[in-house]
Design a protein around this ligand. Structure first.
Ligand SMILES: Cc1cc2nc3c(=O)[nH]c(=O)nc-3n(C[C@H](O)[C@H](O)[C@H](O)COP(=O)(O)O)c2cc1C
Length: 446
């Protein structure tokens, strides 16, 4: 055996690390480091409970690969996370494994990405439980652990004795990390690499091509009050804007997400400002993008110092109308017919473009969206009339894409006339295609 193999026994291997909701999940980043030090590529899968103990963002950063923390969420490239993990892993290591997870696995319940990947894989599975001493000793837990080893052929790295999170002492502490890594090396043995084709392994996260950049993104649909209980709203779910915020964050940007009404959870790892109405959004944009005053000093790559952001991606669906004179102060009564008089709202993006100065001289890249119905013909007009750098046009009436759906299809047009078509694809894929164009424009400014 060459010294290199001894030092890095997992070189070229993909180890999928399943993390479940034990207090010992705080050790997961250390397990990732130890596996990587042994030469492995690592992908993390988390149960929903595990995300309360350790951040997917931390694991994504440490592994350099997309994390699967939601069984029903697709990977950024649209593939099914637990199947990709199951098919490409040289080994699946579940550490720490909770009592709950042992029971779910023993029963064959595919309710989280970790059990689902284990059920779908032909790779060896190594399980390192961690729990309170009484939980570990319980006959139910013992019988579940036996089923995993005796019936499924999994390797069990038994918990050790010591001080537990509960404050008591006993057997239940996660085994030493070195012991766990040794068990993984042994379980893989001399088996051939299961998936040498990098494209079939879980996706690596895009390089940090936006690192050091400040990107402001608006998302969701604005709402205008009619009276104290009623609003005028639109059908935007905020998914595309949120996918943009997550993708920009993952590519290293410092992200400010200005969120109106959204139907999905807001992302972690980005700065968030809520702005529900057109007026609130206008105020948030004014504070995020103060008036352009000076060119940044020569050699400064980022425009953030001068204008507050390197790019503004205006993905929010902003109300075009609001009640004249504002909302009624009292709830409107159901007395016959109600006539609402509406006025047009200001065009916020055009306002930002005016404030920051003409495209030829401003340093902030401005990206607008054009929600089209039955074609994508207004995009070029919008690009010119608002003096934008990019317009993303999508047909919101096309089946399966646009508002409220998980997928989108878009044509991205630049001021130079260059177009990119993307989709139908998950909104995260569309987000990355938009950010590719933004990153290219920013790189060209240098
Ligand atoms: C602070 C805290 C620590 C916990 N630590 C453990 C643990 O070490 N082991 C365990 O089996 N359960 C532990 N639990 C309970 C699990 O989080 C709970 O059973 C959860 O449903 C596990 O879900 P999962 O197995 O799908 O991740 C803990 C709960 C709390 C609130």
């Amino acid at each position: 055996m060459s010294p290199n193999v001894a030092a890095r026994p997992l070189e070229g291997r993909l180890v999928v690390l399943g993390i479940t909701g034990s207090i010992a999940a705080y050790k997961a980043p250390e397990i990732v480091r130890a596996l990587r030090a042994a030469g492995a590529d690592v992908q993390a899968l988390l149960t929903p409970a595990a995300t309360r103990f350790v951040s997917p963002l931390t694991l994504r950063t440490l592994t350099g690969r997309a994390v699967d923390a939601d069984l029903l969420d697709l990977l950024p490239d649209g593939r099914i996370g637990h199947i990709v993990a199951a098919d490409s892993a040289d080994a699946i290591l579940v550490a720490p494994a909770t009592a709950q997870w042992l029971g779910a696995m023993a029963g064959g319940l595919a309710g989280d990405p970790v059990t689902a990947a284990c059920l779908a894989t032909g790779a060896p599975v190594i399980v390192a439980p961690a729990m309170d001493g009484e939980m570990w000793e319980h006959p139910a837990t013992q019988s579940n652990a036996r089923r995993l080893t005796e019936d499924f052929g999994y390797t069990l790295v038994a918990p050790e004795s010591g001080e537990l999170a509960s404050g008591s002492s006993g057997v239940g502490r996660l085994a030493e990390i070195a012991t766990i890594v040794t068990a993984v090396v042994r379980a893989i043995g001399n088996a051939p690499v299961r998936e040498p084709n990098a494209a079939k392994r879980p996706p690596t996260v895009a390089s940090g091509d936006l690192s050091g950049r400040r990107i402001v993104i608006t998302a969701g649909g604005t709402e205008e009050a009619i009276d104290p209980v009623r609003i005028l709203a639109n059908r935007s779910s905020g998914r595309q804007g949120i996918a943009l915020a997550e993708a920009a964050r993952d590519r290293g940007a410092d992200v400010l997400l200005i969120a109106a009404r959204v139907a999905v959870p807001l992302p972690e790892g980005v700065e968030i400002v809520r702005a529900m109405s057109v007026a609130a959004l206008e105020a948030a944009l004014a504070s995020a993008l103060p008036a352009f005053t000076a060119q940044p000093a020569q050699g400064t790559a980022s425009a953030a110092g001068a204008t507050g952001a390197d790019a503004l991606i205006a993905a929010a669906a902003v109300s075009d109308f609001r009640p004249v004179g504002g909302a009624a102060t009292e709830k409107l009564r159901r007395d016959g017919e109600l006539v609402l008089r509406l006025e047009s709202t200001p065009d916020l993006l055009a306002g930002v473009a005016r404030r920051l100065g003409p495209r030829a001289t401003r340093r902030t890249i401005l990206v607008g969206f054009s929600a089209e119905s039955g074609g994508t013909t207004r995009a070029a007009e919008k690009l010119a009339s608002k003096d934008l750098d990019l317009v993303v046009a999508n047909d919101v009436t096309a089946p399966g894409v646009g508002f409220e759906s998980l997928d989108n299809a878009a044509v991205i047009t630049g001021a130079d006339g260059a177009t990119t078509s993307v989709g139908p694809a998950p909104k995260r894929v569309v987000a990355d295609a938009i950010l590719d164009r933004v990153a290219a424009l920013l790189a060209a400014q240098r």
